[in-house]
Design a binder for this molecule. Structure first.
Ligand code: GCU
Length: 651
């Protein structure tokens, strides 16, 4: 057992399994590819923990009894525990596998039987992880080492790590994985050809054993770049047959292939606009190619102009996705899914929920979250993201019969935070985000606290006091990170391109459309209809009115929606400038406090684990101090208003 590597499948990190030992004598199970992975997991656990090999297909009323009852539904499972047996019934093979993992995770966490005997059914049919891995082995926005799939433009042939990754993913209910970056460069364009398909099909097989479908990101200009055509026009017959041939060949290699993920006409990637076509034309053409095989197209809505003129205050990047896709509602084929980022900008620590979730009524939608901590601390700073994702899923759009985002979407994708680092996520505590994503999109009704506690108890320690402390640290981490970085929803202020650390004006005069507009009077983006970009009108009237009016706008989003003077009085009774000072002084203190809290766990978790986490907290403390000093000094100089407590700023 290696807690860093095994993550929440660290059975044996303590004695929690002792009372379950009696069940490991026998495993009874039906046949099936995914069920046999469940049997293997139980047998390996028995071997590892107790040095015993269970009798497989033994007595049906003893030990683990795995069964399938289709009436439960795909991916669902039910666990019952008696003195002699653990009955795990799945709606299908995936359900059985999820039930087995749930038993192992909760047992490892030291939970009582009544909590382990659960019955769950997934909220969405597609629960996906998107990798931004490149063929050379680099990972765009990766903070956990190199790709586990690729290096030097070759696909790995060693399935050891892939198998363990598939185990981790399926153990939290993930059933789809896209293995390559949405920015598909020249070499990766060939992933859909014979040059790569044999090797990729071996990955698909391994994932398939764990009920996970493999997807590929494709280059919209592939007909030109690899097909020798002179166009990628979606209405061109040559282009259509190029994609039909590609699909046929892919399915010949990978019968269970999931489909394509597409970033088109976004951040300089090619797309249908070049040919005067729109996103529906583009997506539907690919969908036709995949249709005969049951494949789907996941089409990203991260479409905006990244060549803006910062001088032009009328254009607002936040409006872009809605402006592009709302008019197309109802035009997409039934096997097209629009993938919408949680917010309208780009995975900031705080932004409004994308209005596109409320704008589309006749289109399949997926939500996209970023598990990798691009803008949220890069797996150096602790930032447990489940509370943020929940805000999106629980957002009331006030539209139709299904007002909440979680009821309007049909699936969710999370951008992966793993690489080949020993603990997978670079920072061991960042494992909570991967685990949390899987759990949350399986059951969005779970609380962020429940998920955090489960993860801590299974992955780090089930000691009451210690697990409570770490859970509390996780739950406070998003607020802490937010309080020392960009204030009240305004976003960015990060070092350009790299996106870690503070550079307040780093993007202020750039073409990316990510401005805070600070001057000597005030700051923030006016997105109102009355005096600003009109973005608020993209919401249903209940939300539009709330955001439009500065008095009802939620304060944590004040600077996302309004440009206000530094003297603007907040509900707390302090001015905006004083809030900036206070939150930054407090934020840096609270970050240092996290480091102190971790110190109390020395000797209570394995040394390598302790040290790896400790190093991260050191980096976070330094990062938070720098943010504090740069932000406070910058706004002191801009505003000329003193901190009422006279703390140190650097003029
Ligand atoms: C962000 C990120 C890019 C990424 C893009 C996307 O802008 O910085 O690296 O490609 O999101 O989601 O497509």
């Amino acid at each position: 057992m290696d807690m860093m590597y095994d993550c929440w499948l660290s059975a044996g990190k303590d004695d929690n399994f002792d009372r379950a030992k009696k069940y490991f004598c026998s495993v009874t199970a039906p046949d099936g590819r995914v069920v046999s992975s469940a049997v293997k997991e139980l047998c390996n656990t028995a071997e590892r923990l107790f040095g015993i090999s269970p009798c497989v297909d033994g007595d049906a009323d003893k030990g683990f009894v795995l069964r399938i009852d289709a009436s439960l539904g795909a991916g669902a499972y039910k666990t019952e525990i008696t003195d002699d047996a653990v009955y795990i019934t799945g709606g299908d093979g995936n359900g059985v596998l999820y039930g087995v993992y749930r038993f192992l995770i909760l047992t490892g966490g030291g939970y009582p039987d009544d909590r382990i005997a659960v019955s769950e059914s997934p909220a969405y049919a597609v629960r996906m992880i998107d990798h931004w891995d490149n063929g050379d082995g680099g990972i765009e926005r990766g903070y956990a080492g190199r790709s586990i799939f690729f290096s030097d433009y070759a696909v790995t042939e060693d399935m050891t790590r892939i198998t363990d990754y598939a185990r981790l993913l399926s153990s939290v209910g993930i059933n789809a994985v896209c293995i390559n970056n949405v920015n598909v460069h020249r070499n990766e364009s060939y992933f859909i050809t014979d040059r790569y398909l044999d090797k990729i099909s071996a990955l698909a097989d391994t994932f398939g054993d764990y009920g996970i479908k493999l997807y590929l990101s494709v280059n919209y200009a592939a007909p030109i770049e690899i097909g020798g055509l002179d166009t990628a026009d979606p209405l061109d017959s040559g282009v259509k047959s190029f994609w039909a041939d590609m699909a046929k060949n892919i399915y010949a290699h990978i019968p269970g292939f999931g489909g394509f993920l597409v970033k088109a006409d976004s951040e300089n990637r090619p797309g249908p606009f070049t040919y005067g076509r729109d996103h529906a034309d583009g997506a539907n053409m690919l969908a036709e190619a995949l249709r005969p095989y049951g494949g789907i197209v996941i089409w990203r809505c991260f479409v905006y102009n990244c060549h803006l003129d910062w001088r032009d205050r009328s254009i607002d990047r936040a409006r872009a996705a809605y402006d592009h896709f709302k008019p197309l509602d109802g035009r997409f084929a039934d096997n097209v899914y629009l993938q919408i980022k949680n917010g309208p900008m780009d995975f900031q620590i705080r932004e409004a929920v994308s209005p596109l979730f409320s704008g589309l009524d006749k289109t399949n939608m997926f939500a996209e979250f970023q598990i990798t901590q691009e803008y949220t601390g890069q797996q150096k700073d602790l930032c447990y993201l489940v509370p943020m994702w929940k805000e999106c899923l629980d957002f009331n759009t006030f539209r139709n019969g299904k007002p909440f985002v979680k009821d309007r979407i049909l699936g969710a994708a999370g951008v992966s935070n793993i690489g080949d680092s020993h603990c997978w996520t670079g920072a061991p505590l960042a494992g909570a985000n991967l685990y949390g994503f899987g759990r949350l999109v399986f059951d969005p009704s779970l609380s962020a606290g429940e998920i955090a506690e489960e993860w801590v108890r299974a992955s780090v320690t089930s000691d009451e006091k210690d697990s409570e402390l770490i859970t509390k640290m996780l739950l406070s981490s998003r607020d802490i990170y937010e309080s020392y970085t960009s204030p009240l929803g305004v976003g960015w202020m990060v070092v350009p391109h790299y996106h870690y650390g503070v550079d307040i004006d780093g993007y202020e005069y750039s073409p990316w459309g990510t401005y805070h507009y600070s001057d000597c009077h005030g700051m923030g983006v006016d997105r109102t209809v009355a005096t600003g970009t009109g973005y608020t009108s993209q919401y249903a009237p209940e939300n539009a009115d709330m955001y439009e009016n500065i008095d009802t706008c939620p304060e944590e989003l004040l600077l996302f929606f309004h440009h206000v003077p530094y003297t603007h009085m907040l509900k707390s009774g302090e001015t905006l400038i004083q809030h900036i000072y206070d939150s930054h002084f407090e934020g840096a203190d609270r970050a240092a406090e996290l480091a102190h809290q971790w110190e109390t766990l020395k000797g209570r978790v394995p040394d390598d684990y302790f040290e790896t986490v400790r190093e991260r907290f050191e980096m976070q403390t330094a990062n938070a101090e720098r943010w504090r000093d740069v932000v406070n000094t910058y706004f002191h100089r801009k505003s000329g208003i003193d901190d009422i407590h006279n703390r140190k700023v650097y003029d």
